[in-house]
Every structure is written in structure tokens, then in C-alpha cells.
Design a protein around this ligand. Structure first.
Ligand code: NAD
Length: 480
């Protein structure tokens, strides 16, 4: 099979990466372009036996990898970024075709993947000397866990894989990583390219379905799972991981509130509010999913948001002027269509959008819902699609309580000219990240993680790196 990504060709079929080899499977899945509903190509579905081979290879490779000086491991991880950069345009086009996002969003993700490889490659955890007193010494050091299992979702397939691979490898672990069956191609290709840099068995990439994910989480030879996906699946991962008390990092769903204070200029912030909610067609764990607007500016914000929405081009990401693509898969399209249908049946008022289109591609129009009741599905659930409820409030205490009235706690934002007032509110929001007058700033040195049922643990920063390590305290004393 040859994949033509508009002029840049990957000449060979997609393969699993196991023990330094490109490996195929008799069982295959088919990657679909969500903008056209046309097949892109087949990809291998790993068998249980192939998973065993990958885990055995990762175990064999791990001790030598951990013994490799960290500077060499860092160099190799940085080179993984070079490999993406050498194929940047082809990765961008492949991501647009398999995920559906627009070009700017794909460029952001591929550029981010390069950047994260290079920046995480500069990180390390130094030994902590607790006591050094003559011959008495107490030192706490960070040791690798062993074999790490990574499992990723379909909204940012390559970037979220890199967020796991780079720190796991820098910390001296080896890895078996499974991308989502909806978006396996960029990750499989990355695994194949990595063969040019990494010793065999250090990074194994296996595509497959949810069953493969479950086998990984249950496997007793895996010491840690780093999972990004829905809260429902995260719960299952935690249960399976109990088998051998695996370490866990879970980055899960969210229902992020944004609070707009009465002193804003609605026209000035409409564009930023729009992208806070709808970037990546709202298939973003940290999308603003509930927009609370003070009654003094509610009508202005609603009008300006609808006006801005009318200027945004929704279409096939391969077209240069497309700003928002389709939903990534049929399952998600059906879910969001049903949410719209239920909202209509409940008599809710649509400020714009509301009806799925019936042309090819999983397109849902940008939809703004006018002040629905707090217990509406579109307020309570994570839509993970371009449906945003605008909710009116009068009292600050009331809006903080409403914003926190969810089992999620991923991120939030507060918008107001009086930044001191906005910050006082931000500090009372139960969420891992709160932005003030902007959103979606991430960096390799900024800790990111969810409160409540949005997650366990941290990605990025030295806190994230530490999650790929055990802590070992060595205490020594001289004999007389
Ligand atoms: P999902 O939970 O359906 O699937 C995620 C991954 O888990 C896939 O690779 C899937 O094959 C695998 N999987 C499914 N069942 C499994 C099981 N029983 N055991 C092990 N693995 C299993 O999530 P999705 O639909 O791909 O992604 C969307 C969700 O991810 C949203 O809820 C979104 O908010 C969340 N997300 C969170 C973050 C974050 O950083 N917090 C980032 C992106 C997406």
C-alpha cells in the first residue's frame, strides 16, 4: 500500500515497531479520512502474541537503556524531534487526513511534537542530598520504573504520544505505546522512524483496538501506565492496573468552565472566547465547555460570539482556508448529533448552528445554546464536539459554585479587565489549570494535570518526569 499525502509519499505500508523491527499482522484495520469518509489505508492490528513479544523486547532492552548515560538518552530523544522535523510537511498532511484538523492546528501539533522532544531532552532529575555529614550520607535518587505502557486518544495523536515517550525514555524506561485505533498512522510512522535512532526494544509501537489497551494495562511485566483518554476508560485502566499495583498517570476528560466578568469588552474578547471553546472542533480535553457570562454583558457576548462564528470556515483541512475540520470519527459524530437532537427536543434555543450537515464527512456546525438549564445534557456532559452552552449569572459566589459543580476538574478560565478580581476567582476554581484572559498555554516545563475525576498525576515539567521514576533513598554510614 502506498500513501499519497498530496505529493509527499510514504512508500511502505504502516508497520508495528517491535524489538527494533517493522512487523506486520494478518489482522488489519482501516484508517478513514473524517472529512471525506474515504479510506486512507490499512494498518496492522497487533495480536496478543505480538504484545508479548513487544513487552519481552522492552524488558530485555531496559537495563542497558537505564545504564546508558542520561546525556546519550537525552540526545536520542532530541533526535526523535529531528526525525519529525525532517518529515514535517508529510506529518502535517498525514495528521490532517487521519485526524481531520485544519492546517494551522496540524502545524501546531507537529511543531509541538518536535519542540517537546527537544525540550524534554534537556530535563533531568538530580539526586537530592538530604544529609552529607562526614561519612554519613542520605541521598534520594530517581530510578526508572522499568517498562511503561502508553495509551493515547484520537484528538492530538502525535503530540500526546510524544508527551509520554520523551519523558519515559529520558528517565531510563522502555516503552510499549498504543495509539487510538481511529488515528494510528502518525504514531506508527514515528515508531518506524525512531528505529534510526533508538536501540531495539526501547520504543515499541503497537496499534490495535480497546482489547489491546486492556491487555497492556493488565500485564504484570508493565510497571506503569500513562493513559490519556476518557474518564470512563480511565476508571477501567485503574482497575486493571491493580493487578500488580502499577504506577498510573491518567489524563482524562473535562467539562471546563469559563467565567466572563461584567467589565469585559465583548467584541474585544469574542475571538479568544470562540477559540477557547472550538479549537480542534472542540475535541480538546481543555476546551471551554460551559461559558458563564455575567448578565450585564450576556447579550453582547452572545451576539459577538455568534458574529465571529459566522466568519469561521468549516471544511476539509486540506483546503488552505479551512479553520475547523469535522469530528474525527462516526462514533463521535453520532454522539454529538444525538446531543443536539436531545437539546432540540428539550426546547433549547440555538443562537447559531444546531443541525448536523448531511454531506460527506463528519461535520457538525458550530452551535451556541442560549442559557439552557444547569441540568441540561449540554451543560452536564463533556460534549467533545462544537456545542457550547452560554449560561447567564448574576452573583460571583453563585457562579463559582456552579463552575465547581462537576466531577471534572481539568482546566478553567476567567475573563475580566480587573485581573486581581479574576485571579481571586481563579484560585477558588477546582481545576488543575486556570487561565486568566487567555487559554491553552502548555509547555514542557508547565505542570499539567486534572483535579477530581479529570485525572491522576501530572504530565510535563519535572513533576511529570518524576512520574516515570521510583524514588530511592540510599543511606550510608561508615563502619568504625
Ligand atoms: P477513550 O478513553 O475512548 O480511548 C483512549 C484510548 O484508550 C484509546 O487508545 C483506546 O483504544 C484505549 N482504550 C479503550 N478502552 C480501553 C481499556 N479498557 N483499557 C485500556 N485502554 C483502552 O478516549 P478517546 O475517545 O480516544 O479520547 C477522548 C477523551 O480523551 C475525552 O474524554 C478527552 O477529554 C480525553 N482527553 C484528555 C486529555 C487530557 O490530557 N486530560 C487529553 C486529550 C483527551
Amino acid at each position: 500500500m502506498t500513501l499519497d499525502t498530496n505529493g509527499t509519499m510514504k512508500q511502505t505500508p504502516y508497520a508495528l515497531t517491535i524489538n527494533g523491527q517493522r512487523v506486520f499482522s494478518p489482522e488489519t484495520g482501516q484508517a478513514i479520512n473524517p472529512a471525506t469518509e474515504q479510506p486512507i489505508c490499512d494498518f496492522p492490528l497487533a495480536s496478543r502474541d505480538q504484545l508479548e513479544q513487544a513487552i519481552a523486547a522492552a524488558r530485555r532492552a531496559q537495563l542497558a537503556w537505564a545504564d546508558t548515560p542520561i546525556t546519550e538518552r537525552q540526545q536520542m530523544v532530541s533526535k526523535l524531534g529531528d526525525l519529525i522535523e525532517q518529515n514535517q510537511e508529510a506529518f502535517t498532511k498525514l495528521l490532517i487526513s487521519e485526524q481531520g484538523k485544519g492546517r494551522a492546528a496540524a502545524e501546531w501539533e507537529i511543531g509541538g511534537s518536535i519542540y517537546w522532544c527537544r525540550e524534554v531532552a534537556k530535563q533531568s532529575l538530580e539526586d537530592e542530598v538530604v544529609v552529607r555529614n562526614g561519612d554519613d550520607e542520605i541521598v534520594t535518587r530517581y530510578t526508572p520504573i522499568g517498562v511503561v505502557g502508553g495509551i493515547t486518544p484520537w484528538n492530538f495523536p502525535l503530540l500526546l504520544a510524544v508527551w509520554k515517550i520523551a519523558p519515559a525514555l529520558v528517565a531510563g524506561n522502555t516503552m510499549v505505546l498504543k495509539p487510538s485505533p481511529y488515528t494510528p498512522l502518525c504514531t506508527l510512522w514515528f515508531g518506524e522512524l525512531a528505529l534510526q535512532v533508538l536501540p531495539p526494544g526501547v520504543l515499541n509501537i503497537l496499534s490495535g483496538g480497546n482489547d489491546l489497551g486492556q491487555w497492556i494495562t493488565e500485564h504484570p511485566a508493565i510497571g506503569k501506565i500513562s493513559f490519556t483518554g476518557s474518564t470512563a476508560t480511565g476508571r477501567r485502566v485503574m482497575q486493571s492496573a491493580a493487578v500488580n499495583l502499577k504506577r498510573l498517570t491518567l489524563e482524562l476528560g473535562g467539562n471546563d468552565p469559563a467565567i466572563v466578568l461584567p467589565d469585559v469588552d465583548a467584541k474585544a474578547i469574542a475571538k479568544d472566547l470562540f477559540w477557547a471553546a472550538f479549537a480542534n472542533s472542540a475535541q480538546f480535553c481543555v476546551a471551554c465547555k460551559r461559558l458563564y457570562v455575567h448578565e450585564a454583558v450576556y447579550d453582547d457576548v452572545a451576539r459577538e460570539l455568534a458574529a465571529y462564528a459566522a466568519t469561521v470556515k468549516v471544511g476539509d483541512g486540506m483546503e488552505a482556508d479551512t479553520q475547523l475540520g469535522p469530528l474525527q470519527n462516526k462514533m463521535q459524530y453520532d454522539r454529538v448529533s444525538q446531543l443536539l437532537e436531545d437539546s432540540r427536543k428539550a426546547g433549547l434555543n440555538f443562537l447559531t448552528g444546531g443541525a448536523p450537515t448531511h454531506k460527506p464527512g463528519y461535520f457538525i456546525p458550530v452551535t451556541l445554546i442560549d442559557n439552557p438549564p444547569d441540568d441540561s445534557r449540554c451543560v452536564v456532559e463533556e460534549a467533545f464536539g462544537p456545542v457550547l452552552p452560554l449560561l447567564k449569572y448574576r452573583d460571583v459566589e453563585d457562579v463559582i459554585a456552579r463552575a465547581n459543580n462537576t466531577h471534572y476538574g481539568l482546566a478553567a478560565s476567567v475573563w475580566g479587565r480587573d485581573t486581581a478580581k479574576a485571579e481571586a476567582i481563579a484560585r477558588r476554581i477546582e481545576a488543575g489549570t486556570v487561565w486568566i484572559n487567555h487559554v491553552h498555554v502548555f509547555a514542557p516545563n508547565i505542570a499539567f494535570g486534572g483535579h477530581k475525576q479529570s485525572g491522576v498525576g501530572i504530565e510535563n515539567s519535572l513533576h511529570g518526569l518524576a512520574e516515570y521514576c521510583n524514588m530511592q533513598t540510599v543511606m550510608s554510614k561508615a563502619l568504625p
